[in-house]
Design a protein around this ligand. Sequence first.
Ligand code: PLP
Ligand code: COI
Length: 341
Amino acid sequence: MATDIDWANLSFGYRKTSYNVRCTYRDGKWGEIEVTDSEYLNMHIAATALHYGQEIFEGLKAFRGKDGKIRIFRLEANGQRIRRSAEGILMEPVPEELFREMVTKVVALNADFVPPYGSGASLYIRPLEIGMSARVGVKPSDEYTFLVLVTPVGPYFKEGFKPTNICIMREYDRVAPKGTGRWKVGGNYAASLSAGEKAHSLGYSAVLYLDPREKKYIDECGPANFFAIKDGKYITPESESILPSVTNDSLKQLARDMGIEVECRHILLEELEDITEAAACGTAAVASPIAEIHDLDTGKKYVVSTNGQAGPITTALYNKLRAIQLGEEEDIHGWNTIVDA
Ligand code: PLP
Ligand code: COI
């Protein structure tokens, strides 16, 4: 164990671990997997990743279970999504088998950094692919580096499972209507920085984006999807500008398993009047409950949680998800990959 770490008080930040793994696509094929302890990359000053944003990434987590085993949550789904992201911005897709091999390898190599069961922390896994060829014309690269780093993390929102306030601002869009929002492209996050920092400076934990075309519907919640409970149903936006969240997909399944109806559809802003629970969901955010949603343009305040607590359905879903990730409950959907370490 990496014994100097205060596991229970980790924040969501970068901390050096022992190794990362890398692989390069060159001359039409992927090479050998390289294991390194270097935190640096050597790249050409004209690489497409630096100039034209050919950069995509993933985020998934590994957990130390009740039985001491290490489980990676939904590795396949993340492998499929990074392939779609690659296709979206004309990068070389990482074969799913290579993704699996590199992710499991880097977790096994850094097993000391998988936080202990009961700490509430996890090992965040960050796969990253970048275009490496030198270009000044706007063209895709033909050389790519895929690397996977890991870092132990605590909760994304420092409040953890305590509801926080979020805000709506119409002057910013994260993505264009038919843009790159459905893919996990670094540029989407660059585009979200000014709205996000403004929200933080006003005391909000995240921005609730409206759809970039009409500003009528709910889109995403900062670096997470949005779901709400309305008339006892789990409702979540469906739109081509939203990143399809693996956590949301899992929560939808768990809701169905609990007999809760699930609706994936456009959600009108006005529907926020009638919701009884809401949360931001994602790998980092897990299911972070929302207390109030403030529309900064109209002054309207949607009060979701009146008692400062997460609602019963959000709590049940969160507990169920965690129990599966920690091996406390049977993994009936086959979501976990157990790592031999
Ligand atoms: N939406 C955005 C914009 C994100 O960055 C993330 C984080 O990955 C999500 C949603 C949640 O996706 P997932 O549950 O797959 O982590
Ligand atoms: C994740 O939830 O994995 C994310 O990528 C969100 C954010 C930290 C970018």
